[in-house]
Design a protein around this ligand. Structure first.
Ligand code: NAD
Length: 377
């Protein structure tokens, strides 16, 4: 089995889908790994690092020739994948929700496309979950970026010249990114509070030493709901949440928003009027910018000023930590492929009735097969 690791072509993409460690592990499963020249450059992995781990390096054409598995971070054009085996697995973050056309082209090219972002959130698949691994790093980076823009310090400092007060950080949305944002802000010495609609997060917030700020009297989402995800809340809840936030946000220096609802625009959590109550120099990082933003006035990919407050429309934060983001992403791919590896056949075998396979397989045998995509056409 030949595994091709491609150099990413999307502008701004700095990650790579394999690292020397996973190359070695694939080799010990009996696979030959071929890495496109320069694929790891932005992630600080040289061609000779890959070669030392047992990979061959070469041109895209050489790497793809005869490959049975193609590893990518972002979805490549089907036309750039010529030379692979018929039925080769294309594994990466293929963005199926937005790229229906490209997925049909993978099918037409005879590729079996596997979208890692549709990995079901079940215990068995935790180590394969690219959304979690990348969100974790993004949550950390959001706080670091906020600290870089904030004109004051995070920790309390008692100096001969007087006392520096600690920053107050409020995290809205306590999923994977939010939890890491809380932990990072705490490590930097801030006073941290956080909110979510899922009541299970209250204990998680407390266990990180932060203060939970929750709507009382109106029930949020109990238990694990739809796979642990939030849904849109009732108008009554939204009103109570807006009141709660208004009272709290005026006293905050940094707000990190991460709230997302799968398949829907991001919930609006902060209005201009609420931004206006914050002290000038405060910083908001809106991690939901690409999904429409949690904050009124957010511009994805930009930093704007409203009422003296900086609002950062954060996008692709994991990419700004290419070495760690690549390492975690590459391990997610290895953990998935190795879990299905059949030693005798020397390749992964993906059973049709497996929950993971059903979750991520988009195309097979020249057709688009995923029910979320076939139902849409
Ligand atoms: P997400 O990115 O979908 O959303 C971020 C957070 O925003 C969530 O906690 C959500 O409840 C919250 N949110 C949504 N609407 C909100 C609102 N109006 N106000 C405040 N907060 C709001 O979430 P995620 O990081 O993908 O995590 C979702 C869940 O999945 C969590 O329970 C997480 O522990 C779980 N999870 C499970 C696995 C696994 O078992 N394999 C892996 C990763 C995550």
């Amino acid at each position: 089995m030949k595994i091709a690791v491609l150099k990413e072509m999307a502008p701004g993409e700095s990650r790579v889908a394999a690292i020397p460690e996973t190359v070695k592990k694939f080799a010990s499963l009996g696979a030959d790994v071929a890495v496109e020249r320069g694929a790891g450059a932005d992630a600080i992995i040289s061609d000779s690092d890959y070669e030392a781990a047992g990979a061959k390096t070469g041109s895209r054409e050489e790497v793809l020739s005869g490959a049975g598995i193609i590893l990518v971070v972002q979805p490549p054009d089907a036309t750039s994948l010529k030379g692979a085996q018929d039925g080769a697995l294309l594994v990466g973050a293929l963005d199926p929700a937005k790229r229906g056309e490209a997925i049909s082209q993978y099918a037409a090219a005879g590729l079996e496309a596997l979208a890692m972002e549709w990995m079901p959130r079940i215990t068995r698949a935790q180590s394969m979950d690219i959304l979690s691994s990348q969100s974790n790093l993004a949550g950390y980076k959001a706080v670091v970026d906020a600290a870089a823009v904030y004109g004051r310090a995070f920790p309390m400092m008692m100096t001969a010249a007087g006392t520096v007060s600690p920053a107050k950080v409020f995290v809205m949305g306590v999923g994977v990114a939010g939890l890491q944002a809380i932990a990072t802000a705490k490590r930097l010495g801030a006073q941290v509070s956080a909110t979510d609609v899922r009541s299970a997060t209250k204990e998680q917030i407390q266990s990180l030493g932060a203060k939970p700020i929750f709507v009382e009297n109106i029930a949020g989402i109990e238990g694990e709901g739809a796979g642990g995800y939030a849904t849109e809340m009732s108008e009554e809840y939204q009103k109570a949440q807006a009141e709660l936030v208004s009272g709290h946000i005026a006293k905050q220096d940094i707000v990190i928003t991460t709230a997302l609802i799968p398949g829907r625009p991001a919930p609006r959590l902060i209005s201009y009027a609420q931004v206006a109550t914050m002290r000038p120099g405060s910083v908001i990082v809106d991690m939901a910018a690409e999904a429409g933003g949690n904050v009124e006035g957010t511009v994805a990919g930009e930093r704007v000023q409203k009422h003296g407050v900086s609002i950062i429309g954060a996008t692709n934060l994991a990419r700004t930590l290419p070495a760690d983001a690549s390492a975690l992403f590459a391990r997610n791919l290895y953990n998935f492929l190795s879990a299905f590896w059949d030693k005798e056949q020397g390749r992964p075998v993906l059973p049709d009735d497996d929950e993971i396979v059903k979750g991520i397989r988009l195309t097979q045998g020249g057709k688009v097969v995923h029910e979320r995509l076939t139902a849409a056409t």
